[in-house]
Design a protein around this ligand. Structure first.
Ligand code: XMP
Length: 518
């Protein structure tokens, strides 16, 4: 079957629900090939239309020996495209193509020694013995016709297989995880040697292509976007500004819940320095009025989310003839909203994100980052020449300080928290720890404690310091900030912020806690 040429080379990853599916896409992209996840049941005709250079079948929690298990269309193996099946993906390939899959009596979980039987192709240049990461109960016990074994372990007589003619490969282990130390080279062999992909997916090429596409799509029309000053919306605004200049209207809403000097910095950076067409809206009073007396975290989020959309809509309506709304949606948002098997997960907190779509405004959506991971957006920022300080900025939640003041939000409490937070970040930067930490911030607690200052009794507020390390915000560990640094932060807060007489450090991980307190 002849292969259509696509604009950019793509590897289609069929997602069978493995916790590592996203990781496969990341690894493929690290090898500068554009990897994209698709539901496992994508029609083979649709895949033929997309015409990927290669297909990867992910692992998954299901068992092919059970009555119902997720199965892809067999036609996928008739497209003339190289396929790599990983774990469940290998077993599925084995079963669909006529081999045999059995439940293993000996489950393999964790590190295993892989004996390579054939060093060419997938294992080219990697030697005969490899450490790999296994996590499976089932295994391929009988090779499908046309296949041969290319590696084994003590527990899996067929730990890797190939069909040379069709360029199909299966590996029982997980090359995408770091516990398979040479896994990336195995994927590299598959992508470059087997599928003949070329390493052309770079953020430079992404920016060039996006600029051309944006110019083409938007023409002389106007685009509006919300600018929060965070990494995603800043990169988005600068990219659009480069593409369409002053036809981009960036709206910054100061909701009164920002950190110290945050609004001023955004104004200076984007208006004075980058010359964006920036609408700077001071709406603090409106938000604080709406929040008066509110203590419930979800109620706070709802009020702030609604008010934000109201303010944004009002501003958008003042501008005439806007056709597009740009949003900084990222790839994980897209993946999470359509998991492999559907089914909602429990709502821990409803994350309110700045930039919600005005419902009845009839604006067309522009989402240039909807295929990118967060670190790729950071690389786009670098490519666009944004300062490192902005690119490496810690995440800041849409509802801002509202979810870091436990209990009622008042001007006075906002002032206390802003001052404490500023000191914490200054000291963390000073200690050279900012870049190692995912997020660091102060939380104002709804309790007062007794203290003594200059022989006098005080009865004042308590601040909690929170700092975590994480790779994606989904799980997190409390950061082991050296005690002298914690000591300096505490000293400065108590001495410099009148109204706070006690500082505590939060040593909870996520799970079971969350990163924010509310
Ligand atoms: P949690 O607290 O759920 O936070 O562990 C995970 C990450 O999400 C951020 N966060 C939010 N971001 N709107 C946002 O835009 C929200 O309502 C919100 N709540 C939490 C949090 O700062 C962390 O980075």
């Amino acid at each position: 079957m002849s292969r259509k040429t696509t604009e950019r080379e793509m590897v289609a990853i069929l997602d069978f629900g493995s916790q590592y599916s996203q990781l496969i896409a990341r690894r493929v992209r690290e090898l500068k090939v554009y990897g994209k996840l698709f539901p496992y049941n994508i029609r083979s005709a649709e895949l033929a239309e997309i015409s990927p250079k290669a297909i990867i079948l992910s692992g998954g929690p299901a068992s092919l020996t059970a009555e119902e298990s997720p199965i892809c269309e067999k036609g996928i193996f008739e497209l003339g495209i190289p396929v790599l099946g990983i774990c469940y993906g290998m077993q599925l390939m084995g079963k669909l193509l006529g081999g045999g899959v059995v439940s293993s009596s000996a489950r393999e979980y964790g590190k295993a020694n892989l004996c390579v039987d054939e060093e060419s192709g997938l294992f080219q240049g990697l030697g005969r013995d490899l450490t790999v990461w296994m996590s499976h109960g089932d295994r391929v016990a009988k090779l499908p016709s046309g296949f041969e074994r290319i590696a084994h372990t003590a527990n899996s007589s067929i730990a890797a297989m190939k069909n040379k003619e069709k360029q199909f490969f299966g590996v029982q282990f997980h090359p995408e995880v770091i516990h398979t130390p040479r896994g990336k080279e195995i994927l590299e062999n598959f992508l470059y040697r087997v599928a003949e992909c070329s390493p052309t997916w770079t953020m430079k090429s992404f920016v060039e292509r996006s600029l051309a596409e944006l110019k083409d799509r938007v023409g002389e029309e106007k685009v509006i976007c919300a600018l929060s000053g965070g990494v995603d919306s800043s990169c988005l605004a600068i990219l659009l500004h480069r593409a369409i200049g002053s036809n981009l209207i960036a709206v910054f809403v100061d909701n009164g819940l920002l950190r110290k000097d945050e609004g001023r910095t955004v104004k200076e950076r984007f208006e004075s320095y980058y010359h964006l067409n920036l609408k700077f809206i001071e709406a603090g009073e409106r938000f604080l009025e709406g929040l008066e007396g509110v203590v419930d975290p979800e109620a706070k989020r709802k009020i702030i989310g609604k008010e934000f959309i109201r303010v944004f809509e009002e501003e958008a309506r003042k501008e005439k003839g806007i056709k597009f709304l740009a949003q900084g949606t990222l790839y994980p948002d897209v993946i999470e909203s359509r998991s492999a098997f559907g089914g909602p997960s429990a709502t821990i907190k409803t994350h309110h994100n700045v930039g919600g779509l005005p419902e009845d405004m009839d604006l067309e959506l522009i989402e240039p980052f909807k295929d990118l991971f967060k670190d790729e957006v950071r690389m786009v920022g670098k490519e666009l020449g944004l300062p490192e300080e902005l690119i490496q900025r810690h995440p800041f939640p849409g509802p801002g300080l509202a979810v870091r003041i436990i209990g009622e939000i008042t001007e006075e409490r906002l002032f206390l928290l802003r001052e404490a937070d500023k000191i914490m970040i200054e000291e963390i930067r000073e200690a050279g720890l900012y870049g190692e930490i995912w997020q660091a911030f102060a939380v104002l607690l709804p309790v007062k404690s007794v203290g003594v200052m200059g022989d006098e009794r005080t009865y004042e507020n308590v601040v909690a310091l929170r700092a975590v390390t994480s790779t994606d915000g989904m799980t997190a560990d409390w950061a082991e900030i050296p005690h002298p640094v914690l000591g300096r932060i505490s000293n400065r807060i108590i001495n410099e912020v009148k109204g706070i007489n006690r500082v505590v450090y939060d040593i909870s991980s996520k799970p079971p806690s969350t990163i924010e307190w509310e």
